[in-house]
Design a protein around this ligand. Structure first.
Ligand SMILES: NC(=O)C1=CN([C@@H]2O[C@H](COP(=O)(O)OP(=O)(O)OC[C@H]3O[C@@H](n4cnc5c(N)ncnc54)[C@H](O)[C@@H]3O)[C@@H](O)[C@H]2O)C=CC1
Ligand SMILES: Nc1nc(O)c(N)c(N[C@@H]2O[C@H](COP(=O)(O)O)[C@@H](O)[C@H]2O)n1
Length: 220
């Protein structure tokens, strides 16, 4: 499987403010680029923190979905949530019928929540005891023909993917604002590394909207 992490940060590396509300950091050209990345992916993944904060839909634009259909792909990529305790609300946009949704949960997820989420039509995949075991969960997705996975955040999930050595590429749009705040989410949160830092190789730097797009490859 090929895993691309894409996110937008402020100049000081924040994904959002301390209120954890969605902030439009990208401009129109960057949102178009994100749409293209989604269109070229088999699935788009976020963590439950992002679902609860943003209620994302993770679909592609109308014209993009027509192009996907013309080449024989589903109208939209599948959607994936890392959701250890099955906290995704049953009325969340991510479990509507626009696209296939996979909910990755752990064995600690309450059975009544799993049942409720299955009733939305989502496929629930159990991997890990207390927290989603990402290597196992991504193998399960691969067995469902998901080869190109795009991850949009948030910071906890992105850190765990790096920690597990599962990221191939990282693209970051750095927008023209400072958010600040020690409690505000950053690109990679979690425990943080003290050694064995992921080693990135810079592939390109591009001015886009009023910011800059950095593309990195993760060295094996
Ligand atoms: N600017 C941007 O590009 C983006 C910004 N965001 C922002 O990020 C914030 C949400 O980020 P976070 O709170 O960090 O939440 P997150 O979206 O990274 O979800 C983290 C949660 O996922 C669950 N999870 C299950 N298995 C896990 C594992 N193995 N490793 C890590 N987490 C696992 C845990 O419950 C954990 O608390 C929101 O404020 C949202 O607006 C989110 C996506 C993109
Ligand atoms: N690329 C990017 N730039 C920003 O400025 C952002 N705030 C985000 N947020 C991500 O986009 C998701 C929303 O997706 P839908 O529009 O609902 O499909 C959100 O949940 C974040 O993952 N991304």
């Amino acid at each position: 499987m090929h895993v691309l992490v894409n996110a937008a940060t402020s100049a000081d590396g924040k994904l959002s403010s301390r209120r954890r509300e969605q902030i439009a950091i990208s401009g129109p050209a960057d949102f178009d680029r994100v749409d293209s990345l989604r269109a070229d992916s088999d699935a788009v993944m976020v963590g439950i923190g992002t679902v609860l904060a943003d209620d994302p839909h993770l679909t592609v634009n109308e014209s993009t979905s027509v192009a996907r259909e013309e080449r024989g792909d589903p109208s939209h990529p599948a959607r994936v949530v890392a959701d250890s305790r099955a906290r995704t609300p049953s009325d969340a946009r991510i479990v509507d019928d626009a696209a296939t949704t996979y909910l990755l949960v752990s064995e600690a997820a309450p059975t009544d929540r799993i049942k409720a989420l299955r009733e939305t039509g989502a496929e629930v995949i159990v991997a890990g005891e207390e927290r989603v075991a990402l290597p196992e969960a991504l193998s399960e997705l691969e067995s469902r023909e998901i080869e190109r996975l795009m991850v949009e955040g948030g910071g906890e999930l992105i850190f765990s993917l790096f920690e597990a050595g599962l990221v191939d590429k990282l693209s970051v749009f750095v927008g023209p604002l400072v958010i600040g705040g020690r409690e505000a989410p950053t690109l990679a949160d979690g425990e943080g590394f003290v050694d064995g830092f992921p080693d990135l190789s810079l592939e390109s730097v591009e001015r886009i909207d009023a910011g800059v797009l950095l593309r990195w490859r993760v060295r094996p």
